[in-house]
Design a protein around this ligand. Sequence first.
Ligand code: GLC
Length: 549
Amino acid sequence: MVENKNWWKNEVVYQIYPKSFKDTNNDGIGDIKGITDKLPYLSDLGVTMLWICPIFTSPMVDNGYDIANFEGINPEFGSMSDFDELLEKADNLGIKIILDLVINHTSDEHPWFKAALADKNSKYRDYYIFKKGTERPNNWRSIFGGSVWEKVPGEDTYYLHVFDKRQPDLNWENEAVRKELYAMINRWLEKGIAGFRIDSITFIKKDQDYSSLPADGADGLVSCKFKTRNRPGIEVFLKELRHETFDRFNCVTIGEAPGVEYKDFSQFIGKDGYFSMIFDFHYADIDVESGSDWFKRTNWTAQEFKELLAASQQALQQAGWGANFIENHDQPRALSKLVAPGFQTPASAKGIGAMYFFLRGTPFIYQGQELGMINAVRESISEFDDISSIDNYYRSMNEGFSEKEALNFVNLRSRDNTRTPMPWNNTKYGGFSTVEPWLGMTEEYPAINAESNEVVDWYKAMIALRQSSDISACLSKGDIYFMENVSDNIIGYWREWEGQRIYSLTNLSTAKEIVNLDQDIQTVFLDSHNELNAGKKIELLPYQSILFN
Ligand code: GLC
């Protein structure tokens, strides 16, 4: 691997949800061989690194974020030799691979947890968070709904799970646990993967008082985030994690960091920060008041989005480096979230793509985003797979909403929206599989798929501009500045590097917008709608984005 310590600043990352990418053994579930088969597509697109969501042994309660063996491959996805083959073939194409590191919790089927349950005197009891008592120790609500405490059968004891009850939290206070995790991480890095995306890492430290807080919902519970997310003392664990593992390799680490305030960014991504970069969620959750309460929808405006985006970019720039995204496996499709109904066209998909792609940081593209995919509409809760969708549906009704409203909230926000199988072509099941896939396809796949798709061509063009053009240095290394003298609906910024300036303007609204520039446009590098009358005064159509100097 390149010896340049900051090599990861030059990557373009493509996120793969393996269960839905490509099925090669026709069981309706994607697999590792499917990723290998599609390497030519990914290479042609121009991406340089793949982040593969969990492929480890798992009962798949949370689609692999519940790991039963950190070093085994889930047979549904294939074998370790399939993975080795993928690693090698990707390397031949100059594509690096990063894996998902889920170390806040395990599956309840992990041998450590099984041993902990089987014998209360086992050393593995202290690998998890068990509390004795006849009542739940406090009123914390788990991220997926219900109490964070689950009773141990036959004992007056509870164990803690921040996510699902089948995802017991590891006890990071126990040094033996930390050592086991570090050794496992190092073995993966020795194998030659380029690094990790690090799951839920801001949850590893819990307030040791385990005290209740005033309830914040009709269920009488309170979100556990106030006591378990980015809590004081976490810095000790994160420094040690970095020191014992990542620092020993020339690897990249991307922390999933909800709950980290801007003032703390430098601890996370500064010169001696815990990670190479982090995902910031401040603007990703613009459509809801909180990422786990989908019934609390907002009436957000483009102006608010712009302010959040600018604040996020400024904080990331001041502290270090960010991981930019508009979609992932926990979010709805960006086209459905950010673009008004009636305007969710390929041109708008290009527009919002360009809006974020040239921000300062490493761009992440989620599978299917480059096709201009939109949310699936499901008619009944039984059509959903995602545990948090099911939880949000019932919680919405518990909060007084009708069943129809609850279904609407879930359709808008469900994590299943981005988890539908990848449509490769317009044949039955979109060329994803020859049998009915594990989760319904989007209805639009015969029209929106990877074959002759103008949005795919647009993503190729964006990647080529960032990676291998005369303006690459500016687009990757340049500082970012947000324009202030533009309308509320226009997201405008420029990148600046060694005297060169590249401007990006996006109209995030359903109305035409006029922008008055200080000087005539010289070169238009990209125009999502191909309708630009270049000059000092330009008119941007709804969701049009241009990149120029
Ligand atoms: C992260 C993952 C999400 C998962 C959760 C628990 O937020 O992105 O998919 O459900 O952690 O591991």
